[in-house]
Design a protein around this ligand. Sequence first.
Ligand code: DLL
Length: 432
Amino acid sequence: MVKYYQPEIETASREQIRAWQDERLVKQVQHAWDNVPYYRKKMEEKGLTPADIQGTADLHKLPFLSKDDLREAYPYGLLGKPLSECVRIQSTSGTTGKRVVAFYTQHDIDLWEDCCARAITAVGGSQEDVCQVAYGYGLFTGGAGLHGGSHKVGCLTLPMSSGNTDRQLQFMTDLGTTILCCTPSYAAYLSESIHECGLRDQIKLKAGIFGAEAWSQKMREDIEKGLGIKAYDIYGLTEISGPGVAFECQAQNGMHINEDHFIAEIINPETGEVLPEGSKGELVFTCITKEAFPLIRYRTRDICILSSEPCPCGRTHIKMCKPMGRSDDMLIVKGVNVFPSQIETVLLEQGYPANYQIVVDRVNHSDTLEVMVEMTPENFSDSLAKITSMEKKLVDALRAMLGISAKVRLVAPKTIARSEGKAVRIIDKRKI
Ligand code: DLL
Protein backbone atom coordinates (compact mmCIF):
# COMPACT_ATOMS: atom_id res chain seq x y z
CA MET A 1 0.00 0.00 0.00
CA VAL A 2 1.44 3.36 -0.98
CA LYS A 3 1.58 5.61 2.07
CA TYR A 4 0.35 8.84 0.55
CA TYR A 5 -2.56 7.48 -1.37
CA GLN A 6 -5.33 8.12 1.13
CA PRO A 7 -8.39 6.33 -0.28
CA GLU A 8 -10.56 7.15 2.72
CA ILE A 9 -10.10 10.81 1.77
CA GLU A 10 -9.39 10.74 -1.96
CA THR A 11 -12.22 8.37 -2.88
CA ALA A 12 -14.73 9.53 -0.26
CA SER A 13 -18.33 9.93 -1.39
CA ARG A 14 -19.42 13.37 -2.62
CA GLU A 15 -21.74 13.53 0.43
CA GLN A 16 -18.82 12.90 2.77
CA ILE A 17 -16.69 15.55 1.06
CA ARG A 18 -19.56 18.03 1.31
CA ALA A 19 -19.98 17.21 5.02
CA TRP A 20 -16.27 17.89 5.66
CA GLN A 21 -16.48 21.13 3.75
CA ASP A 22 -19.62 22.27 5.59
CA GLU A 23 -18.07 21.67 8.98
CA ARG A 24 -14.65 23.11 8.15
CA LEU A 25 -16.05 26.21 6.44
CA VAL A 26 -18.08 27.14 9.52
CA LYS A 27 -14.97 26.78 11.69
CA GLN A 28 -12.80 28.72 9.26
CA VAL A 29 -15.21 31.66 9.03
CA GLN A 30 -15.30 31.85 12.82
CA HIS A 31 -11.48 31.71 12.88
CA ALA A 32 -11.20 34.58 10.38
CA TRP A 33 -13.86 36.61 12.23
CA ASP A 34 -12.04 36.17 15.54
CA ASN A 35 -8.48 36.65 14.30
CA VAL A 36 -8.39 38.60 11.02
CA PRO A 37 -9.86 42.08 11.58
CA TYR A 38 -9.41 42.87 7.88
CA TYR A 39 -11.78 40.07 6.87
CA ARG A 40 -14.16 40.69 9.77
CA LYS A 41 -14.57 44.27 8.50
CA LYS A 42 -15.35 42.96 5.01
CA MET A 43 -18.00 40.66 6.47
CA GLU A 44 -19.46 43.49 8.56
CA GLU A 45 -19.68 45.70 5.48
CA LYS A 46 -21.97 43.03 4.02
CA GLY A 47 -23.96 42.83 7.25
CA LEU A 48 -22.70 39.30 7.95
CA THR A 49 -21.70 37.54 11.16
CA PRO A 50 -20.40 33.95 11.45
CA ALA A 51 -23.96 32.86 12.39
CA ASP A 52 -25.00 33.56 8.77
CA ILE A 53 -22.65 30.85 7.51
CA GLN A 54 -24.03 27.42 8.33
CA GLY A 55 -22.27 25.50 5.54
CA THR A 56 -21.17 25.56 1.92
CA ALA A 57 -24.67 26.56 0.78
CA ASP A 58 -23.95 29.96 2.38
CA LEU A 59 -20.49 30.36 0.85
CA HIS A 60 -21.77 32.68 -1.89
CA LYS A 61 -22.76 35.28 0.74
CA LEU A 62 -19.16 35.84 1.85
CA PRO A 63 -17.01 38.65 0.47
CA PHE A 64 -14.25 37.91 -2.02
CA LEU A 65 -10.57 38.53 -1.43
CA SER A 66 -8.25 39.51 -4.27
CA LYS A 67 -4.59 40.35 -4.86
CA ASP A 68 -5.52 43.98 -4.17
CA ASP A 69 -6.63 43.02 -0.66
CA LEU A 70 -3.36 41.19 -0.14
CA ARG A 71 -1.44 44.28 -1.23
CA GLU A 72 -3.53 46.53 0.98
CA ALA A 73 -3.12 44.24 3.99
CA TYR A 74 0.61 43.69 3.34
CA PRO A 75 2.42 42.29 5.20
CA TYR A 76 0.51 41.16 8.32
CA GLY A 77 -3.11 42.27 7.75
CA LEU A 78 -4.47 38.84 6.81
CA LEU A 79 -2.60 36.84 9.44
CA GLY A 80 -4.81 34.41 11.33
CA LYS A 81 -2.22 33.38 13.93
CA PRO A 82 0.32 35.29 16.05
CA LEU A 83 3.67 35.64 14.30
CA SER A 84 5.22 33.59 17.09
CA GLU A 85 3.22 30.57 15.84
CA CYS A 86 4.27 31.07 12.19
CA VAL A 87 7.31 29.15 10.99
CA ARG A 88 7.66 30.16 7.32
CA ILE A 89 6.85 32.71 4.67
CA GLN A 90 6.79 32.11 0.93
CA SER A 91 6.26 34.76 -1.70
CA THR A 92 5.02 35.14 -5.24
CA SER A 93 7.24 35.08 -8.27
CA GLY A 94 5.73 38.33 -9.58
CA THR A 95 8.09 41.17 -10.29
CA THR A 96 5.64 44.07 -10.39
CA GLY A 97 4.08 45.87 -7.44
CA LYS A 98 4.33 44.65 -3.87
CA ARG A 99 5.05 40.98 -3.53
CA VAL A 100 2.42 38.74 -2.01
CA VAL A 101 3.67 37.21 1.22
CA ALA A 102 1.96 34.09 2.57
CA PHE A 103 2.47 32.76 6.11
CA TYR A 104 2.46 29.17 7.40
CA THR A 105 2.24 27.51 10.78
CA GLN A 106 3.85 24.07 11.11
CA HIS A 107 0.35 22.61 10.72
CA ASP A 108 -0.05 24.52 7.42
CA ILE A 109 3.31 23.26 6.15
CA ASP A 110 2.33 19.68 7.02
CA LEU A 111 -0.96 19.91 5.13
CA TRP A 112 0.72 21.55 2.14
CA GLU A 113 3.38 18.84 2.00
CA ASP A 114 0.66 16.18 2.29
CA CYS A 115 -1.00 17.67 -0.80
CA CYS A 116 2.30 17.54 -2.72
CA ALA A 117 2.88 13.97 -1.49
CA ARG A 118 -0.54 13.03 -2.89
CA ALA A 119 0.51 14.53 -6.22
CA ILE A 120 3.75 12.55 -6.32
CA THR A 121 1.95 9.36 -5.32
CA ALA A 122 -0.71 9.93 -7.99
CA VAL A 123 1.96 9.74 -10.72
CA GLY A 124 3.25 6.44 -9.31
CA GLY A 125 5.86 7.82 -6.90
CA SER A 126 7.00 5.73 -3.91
CA GLN A 127 10.04 5.23 -1.72
CA GLU A 128 11.66 3.37 -4.59
CA ASP A 129 11.89 6.63 -6.57
CA VAL A 130 14.55 9.27 -7.01
CA CYS A 131 12.80 12.63 -7.23
CA GLN A 132 14.72 15.54 -8.74
CA VAL A 133 13.19 18.83 -7.65
CA ALA A 134 14.26 21.41 -10.23
CA TYR A 135 11.72 24.08 -9.33
CA GLY A 136 13.28 27.17 -7.81
CA TYR A 137 13.97 26.97 -4.08
CA GLY A 138 13.68 30.00 -1.83
CA LEU A 139 10.68 32.30 -1.71
CA PHE A 140 9.00 30.57 -4.66
CA THR A 141 6.75 27.74 -3.47
CA GLY A 142 7.66 25.25 -6.21
CA GLY A 143 10.91 23.92 -4.72
CA ALA A 144 9.79 23.90 -1.08
CA GLY A 145 6.42 22.26 -1.77
CA LEU A 146 7.59 19.38 -3.97
CA HIS A 147 10.65 18.90 -1.76
CA GLY A 148 8.45 18.42 1.30
CA GLY A 149 6.08 16.15 -0.61
CA SER A 150 8.95 14.03 -1.90
CA HIS A 151 10.27 13.54 1.65
CA LYS A 152 6.84 12.51 2.89
CA VAL A 153 6.51 9.91 0.15
CA GLY A 154 9.97 8.67 1.03
CA CYS A 155 11.60 9.26 -2.34
CA LEU A 156 15.31 9.95 -2.45
CA THR A 157 15.04 13.72 -2.92
CA LEU A 158 17.51 15.67 -5.06
CA PRO A 159 17.07 19.32 -4.01
CA MET A 160 18.53 20.78 -7.21
CA SER A 161 16.58 24.03 -7.52
CA SER A 162 16.38 25.42 -11.05
CA GLY A 163 19.28 26.19 -13.37
CA ASN A 164 22.79 24.81 -13.75
CA THR A 165 21.65 22.43 -16.45
CA ASP A 166 24.95 20.53 -16.67
CA ARG A 167 24.69 19.64 -13.01
CA GLN A 168 21.01 18.67 -13.39
CA LEU A 169 21.95 16.24 -16.16
CA GLN A 170 24.89 14.85 -14.24
CA PHE A 171 22.79 14.01 -11.17
CA MET A 172 19.93 12.78 -13.34
CA THR A 173 22.17 10.24 -15.03
CA ASP A 174 24.51 9.36 -12.11
CA LEU A 175 21.75 8.95 -9.50
CA GLY A 176 19.08 7.56 -11.78
CA THR A 177 16.35 10.16 -11.33
CA THR A 178 12.93 8.65 -11.99
CA ILE A 179 10.65 11.64 -11.26
CA LEU A 180 11.43 15.15 -12.45
CA CYS A 181 9.65 18.19 -10.96
CA CYS A 182 10.09 21.56 -12.70
CA THR A 183 8.29 24.06 -14.91
CA PRO A 184 7.23 22.68 -18.30
CA SER A 185 9.48 25.20 -20.07
CA TYR A 186 12.48 23.97 -18.12
CA ALA A 187 11.47 20.36 -18.80
CA ALA A 188 11.43 21.14 -22.53
CA TYR A 189 14.87 22.76 -22.23
CA LEU A 190 16.27 19.81 -20.27
CA SER A 191 14.88 17.48 -22.93
CA GLU A 192 16.61 19.51 -25.65
CA SER A 193 19.89 19.41 -23.72
CA ILE A 194 19.64 15.66 -23.07
CA HIS A 195 19.32 15.04 -26.81
CA GLU A 196 22.15 17.40 -27.63
CA CYS A 197 24.46 15.68 -25.15
CA GLY A 198 23.43 12.23 -26.42
CA LEU A 199 22.23 11.20 -22.94
CA ARG A 200 18.80 9.89 -23.90
CA ASP A 201 19.85 6.26 -23.26
CA GLN A 202 21.32 7.06 -19.87
CA ILE A 203 18.26 8.54 -18.20
CA LYS A 204 15.80 6.50 -16.13
CA LEU A 205 13.01 9.07 -15.90
CA LYS A 206 9.48 7.70 -15.83
CA ALA A 207 7.36 10.68 -14.84
CA GLY A 208 7.44 14.46 -14.63
CA ILE A 209 5.35 16.81 -12.48
CA PHE A 210 5.20 20.08 -14.33
CA GLY A 211 3.25 23.19 -13.44
CA ALA A 212 3.41 26.85 -12.34
CA GLU A 213 2.74 28.09 -15.87
CA ALA A 214 0.42 27.37 -18.78
CA TRP A 215 1.37 24.54 -21.12
CA SER A 216 -0.60 22.97 -23.90
CA GLN A 217 -1.48 19.37 -24.71
CA LYS A 218 0.94 19.51 -27.65
CA MET A 219 3.74 20.63 -25.34
CA ARG A 220 2.92 17.69 -23.08
CA GLU A 221 3.23 15.31 -26.03
CA ASP A 222 6.58 16.84 -27.05
CA ILE A 223 8.01 16.55 -23.53
CA GLU A 224 6.70 13.00 -23.15
CA LYS A 225 8.27 11.97 -26.41
CA GLY A 226 11.54 13.83 -25.80
CA LEU A 227 12.09 12.38 -22.33
CA GLY A 228 10.27 9.06 -22.74
CA ILE A 229 8.05 9.77 -19.72
CA LYS A 230 4.49 10.55 -18.68
CA ALA A 231 4.15 14.29 -18.03
CA TYR A 232 1.64 15.32 -15.36
CA ASP A 233 0.24 18.72 -14.53
CA ILE A 234 0.22 20.27 -11.06
CA TYR A 235 -1.46 23.49 -10.03
CA GLY A 236 -1.31 25.87 -7.13
CA LEU A 237 -0.65 29.42 -6.08
CA THR A 238 1.34 30.98 -3.26
CA GLU A 239 -1.67 32.60 -1.62
CA ILE A 240 -3.44 29.22 -1.28
CA SER A 241 -0.23 27.42 -0.11
CA GLY A 242 1.65 26.61 -3.34
CA PRO A 243 1.81 23.59 -5.66
CA GLY A 244 -0.51 20.70 -4.82
CA VAL A 245 -3.79 22.59 -4.60
CA ALA A 246 -4.68 20.32 -7.53
CA PHE A 247 -2.79 17.57 -9.33
CA GLU A 248 -3.19 15.18 -12.21
CA CYS A 249 -3.68 11.44 -11.75
CA GLN A 250 -2.75 8.75 -14.26
CA ALA A 251 -5.86 9.55 -16.31
CA GLN A 252 -4.05 12.80 -17.35
CA ASN A 253 -7.36 14.47 -17.91
CA GLY A 254 -7.72 17.35 -15.47
CA MET A 255 -6.39 17.97 -11.97
CA HIS A 256 -8.09 16.72 -8.80
CA ILE A 257 -8.52 19.55 -6.31
CA ASN A 258 -7.72 18.57 -2.72
CA GLU A 259 -11.26 19.25 -1.62
CA ASP A 260 -10.72 18.29 2.00
CA HIS A 261 -8.58 21.45 2.22
CA PHE A 262 -9.95 23.78 -0.45
CA ILE A 263 -13.42 24.64 -1.72
CA ALA A 264 -13.44 25.63 -5.38
CA GLU A 265 -16.02 27.85 -7.09
CA ILE A 266 -16.28 29.22 -10.62
CA ILE A 267 -17.57 32.76 -10.94
CA ASN A 268 -18.31 35.23 -13.69
CA PRO A 269 -15.24 37.50 -13.49
CA GLU A 270 -17.29 40.55 -14.43
CA THR A 271 -20.19 40.17 -11.98
CA GLY A 272 -18.92 37.80 -9.29
CA GLU A 273 -21.96 35.57 -9.81
CA VAL A 274 -21.36 31.88 -8.99
CA LEU A 275 -21.66 29.73 -12.13
CA PRO A 276 -22.88 26.13 -12.31
CA GLU A 277 -20.45 23.24 -12.70
CA GLY A 278 -19.19 22.93 -16.26
CA SER A 279 -19.19 26.71 -16.88
CA LYS A 280 -16.04 28.52 -17.91
CA GLY A 281 -15.13 31.30 -15.50
CA GLU A 282 -12.75 32.50 -12.81
CA LEU A 283 -11.57 30.02 -10.23
CA VAL A 284 -12.09 31.03 -6.58
CA PHE A 285 -10.67 29.13 -3.60
CA THR A 286 -11.58 29.02 0.05
CA CYS A 287 -8.97 27.49 2.36
CA ILE A 288 -10.79 25.49 5.03
CA THR A 289 -7.90 24.02 6.99
CA LYS A 290 -5.18 26.68 6.89
CA GLU A 291 -4.45 28.53 10.11
CA ALA A 292 -1.92 31.29 9.40
CA PHE A 293 -3.29 32.59 6.10
CA PRO A 294 -6.96 31.61 6.08
CA LEU A 295 -8.01 33.09 2.75
CA ILE A 296 -11.73 32.90 2.05
CA ARG A 297 -13.16 33.21 -1.47
CA TYR A 298 -9.81 34.19 -2.97
CA ARG A 299 -10.08 35.19 -6.63
CA THR A 300 -7.28 33.47 -8.53
CA ARG A 301 -7.91 35.25 -11.87
CA ASP A 302 -7.33 31.86 -13.53
CA ILE A 303 -9.99 30.98 -16.08
CA CYS A 304 -11.06 27.39 -15.73
CA ILE A 305 -13.81 24.75 -15.82
CA LEU A 306 -14.65 22.30 -13.01
CA SER A 307 -15.97 18.78 -13.47
CA SER A 308 -17.13 16.10 -11.05
CA GLU A 309 -17.48 13.43 -13.77
CA PRO A 310 -16.26 10.07 -12.41
CA CYS A 311 -12.52 9.60 -12.96
CA PRO A 312 -11.07 6.21 -14.00
CA CYS A 313 -8.53 6.52 -11.16
CA GLY A 314 -11.34 6.26 -8.59
CA ARG A 315 -10.64 9.61 -6.95
CA THR A 316 -13.84 11.50 -6.27
CA HIS A 317 -12.38 14.96 -5.72
CA ILE A 318 -13.59 17.45 -8.33
CA LYS A 319 -11.26 18.13 -11.26
CA MET A 320 -10.17 21.45 -12.78
CA CYS A 321 -9.06 21.66 -16.39
CA LYS A 322 -5.74 23.23 -17.33
CA PRO A 323 -6.11 26.96 -16.66
CA MET A 324 -7.25 28.46 -19.96
CA GLY A 325 -5.77 31.89 -19.36
CA ARG A 326 -6.15 34.59 -16.78
CA SER A 327 -8.88 37.10 -16.45
CA ASP A 328 -6.20 39.70 -15.89
CA ASP A 329 -3.32 38.82 -18.24
CA MET A 330 -5.63 38.28 -21.12
CA LEU A 331 -4.32 40.61 -23.81
CA ILE A 332 -6.71 42.92 -25.55
CA VAL A 333 -5.24 43.71 -28.95
CA LYS A 334 -7.18 45.94 -31.29
CA GLY A 335 -10.20 45.29 -29.09
CA VAL A 336 -9.90 41.52 -29.47
CA ASN A 337 -9.31 39.23 -26.48
CA VAL A 338 -6.16 37.20 -27.02
CA PHE A 339 -4.97 34.43 -24.74
CA PRO A 340 -1.27 33.60 -25.08
CA SER A 341 -2.23 29.92 -24.90
CA GLN A 342 -4.06 30.29 -28.24
CA ILE A 343 -0.86 31.54 -29.84
CA GLU A 344 1.13 28.70 -28.33
CA THR A 345 -1.35 26.17 -29.68
CA VAL A 346 -0.93 27.52 -33.22
CA LEU A 347 2.86 27.52 -33.00
CA LEU A 348 3.03 23.97 -31.71
CA GLU A 349 0.47 22.73 -34.22
CA GLN A 350 2.61 24.18 -36.97
CA GLY A 351 5.64 22.29 -35.71
CA TYR A 352 7.46 25.11 -33.91
CA PRO A 353 8.95 24.74 -30.43
CA ALA A 354 7.44 26.43 -27.36
CA ASN A 355 10.26 28.99 -27.48
CA TYR A 356 8.49 32.19 -28.39
CA GLN A 357 7.80 35.72 -27.27
CA ILE A 358 4.72 37.82 -27.82
CA VAL A 359 5.37 41.54 -28.15
CA VAL A 360 2.44 43.95 -28.02
CA ASP A 361 2.98 47.63 -28.79
CA ARG A 362 1.02 50.68 -29.85
CA VAL A 363 2.07 52.60 -32.94
CA ASN A 364 0.12 55.65 -34.10
CA HIS A 365 -2.70 54.79 -31.67
CA SER A 366 -3.05 51.34 -33.13
CA ASP A 367 -2.08 48.09 -31.38
CA THR A 368 0.52 45.84 -32.94
CA LEU A 369 1.06 42.18 -32.15
CA GLU A 370 4.31 40.49 -32.97
CA VAL A 371 5.12 36.84 -32.37
CA MET A 372 8.77 35.96 -32.33
CA VAL A 373 9.41 32.23 -32.57
CA GLU A 374 12.42 30.03 -33.09
CA MET A 375 12.80 27.79 -36.08
CA THR A 376 13.62 24.18 -35.25
CA PRO A 377 17.00 22.78 -36.33
CA GLU A 378 15.00 20.73 -38.90
CA ASN A 379 13.15 23.59 -40.55
CA PHE A 380 15.90 26.17 -40.08
CA SER A 381 16.75 28.05 -43.23
CA ASP A 382 18.66 31.20 -44.12
CA SER A 383 16.94 31.58 -47.45
CA LEU A 384 14.88 34.76 -47.30
CA ALA A 385 12.27 33.37 -49.69
CA LYS A 386 11.77 30.26 -47.57
CA ILE A 387 11.58 32.22 -44.31
CA THR A 388 9.04 34.61 -45.83
CA SER A 389 6.88 31.72 -46.95
CA MET A 390 7.07 30.04 -43.51
CA GLU A 391 6.20 33.31 -41.79
CA LYS A 392 3.22 33.81 -44.08
CA LYS A 393 1.88 30.36 -43.22
CA LEU A 394 2.07 31.20 -39.52
CA VAL A 395 0.46 34.62 -40.04
CA ASP A 396 -2.49 32.89 -41.73
CA ALA A 397 -2.84 30.26 -39.00
CA LEU A 398 -2.69 32.92 -36.28
CA ARG A 399 -5.31 35.03 -38.05
CA ALA A 400 -7.60 32.02 -38.27
CA MET A 401 -7.23 31.35 -34.53
CA LEU A 402 -7.27 34.92 -33.18
CA GLY A 403 -9.35 36.83 -35.68
CA ILE A 404 -6.67 39.52 -35.97
CA SER A 405 -3.38 39.67 -37.79
CA ALA A 406 -0.07 39.31 -36.07
CA LYS A 407 3.39 39.97 -37.42
CA VAL A 408 5.58 36.89 -37.25
CA ARG A 409 9.33 36.93 -36.93
CA LEU A 410 11.17 33.63 -37.26
CA VAL A 411 14.53 33.55 -35.54
CA ALA A 412 17.35 31.02 -35.51
CA PRO A 413 17.23 28.11 -33.02
CA LYS A 414 18.36 29.05 -29.48
CA THR A 415 18.00 32.80 -30.05
CA ILE A 416 15.33 33.35 -27.41
CA ALA A 417 16.67 33.25 -23.86
CA ARG A 418 15.77 30.00 -22.08
CA SER A 419 13.98 30.08 -18.78
CA GLU A 420 14.97 28.15 -15.70
CA GLY A 421 11.74 29.10 -13.97
CA LYS A 422 8.62 30.54 -15.47
CA ALA A 423 9.15 31.66 -19.06
CA VAL A 424 8.72 35.36 -19.85
CA ARG A 425 6.53 35.12 -22.89
CA ILE A 426 4.63 38.37 -23.06
CA ILE A 427 6.18 41.78 -23.48
CA ASP A 428 3.43 44.37 -23.41
CA LYS A 429 5.18 47.62 -24.27
CA ARG A 430 1.91 49.52 -23.98
CA LYS A 431 2.14 49.34 -20.20
CA ILE A 432 5.81 50.27 -19.93
O1 DLL B 1 3.25 28.85 -9.48
C1 DLL B 1 2.87 27.49 -7.52
C2 DLL B 1 3.30 26.28 -8.26
C3 DLL B 1 4.61 25.85 -8.19
C4 DLL B 1 2.38 25.54 -8.98
C5 DLL B 1 5.02 24.71 -8.84
C6 DLL B 1 2.77 24.38 -9.63
C7 DLL B 1 4.10 23.96 -9.56
P1 DLL B 1 2.61 31.38 -8.02
O2 DLL B 1 4.00 31.79 -8.37
O3 DLL B 1 1.93 32.12 -6.92
O4 DLL B 1 2.55 29.88 -7.57
O5 DLL B 1 1.74 31.47 -9.35
C8 DLL B 1 0.41 31.05 -9.35
O6 DLL B 1 0.62 30.38 -11.66
O7 DLL B 1 -2.54 31.52 -10.40
C9 DLL B 1 -1.65 30.27 -12.33
O8 DLL B 1 -1.93 31.44 -13.08
C10 DLL B 1 -0.23 29.81 -12.65
N1 DLL B 1 -0.17 28.34 -12.58
C11 DLL B 1 0.18 27.57 -11.55
N2 DLL B 1 0.13 26.26 -11.90
C12 DLL B 1 -0.29 26.22 -13.20
C13 DLL B 1 -0.55 25.18 -14.12
C14 DLL B 1 2.91 28.78 -8.31
N3 DLL B 1 -0.38 23.90 -13.83
C15 DLL B 1 -0.16 31.16 -10.74
N4 DLL B 1 -0.99 25.53 -15.36
C16 DLL B 1 -1.56 30.60 -10.84
C17 DLL B 1 -1.18 26.83 -15.70
C18 DLL B 1 -0.49 27.55 -13.61
N5 DLL B 1 -0.93 27.85 -14.86
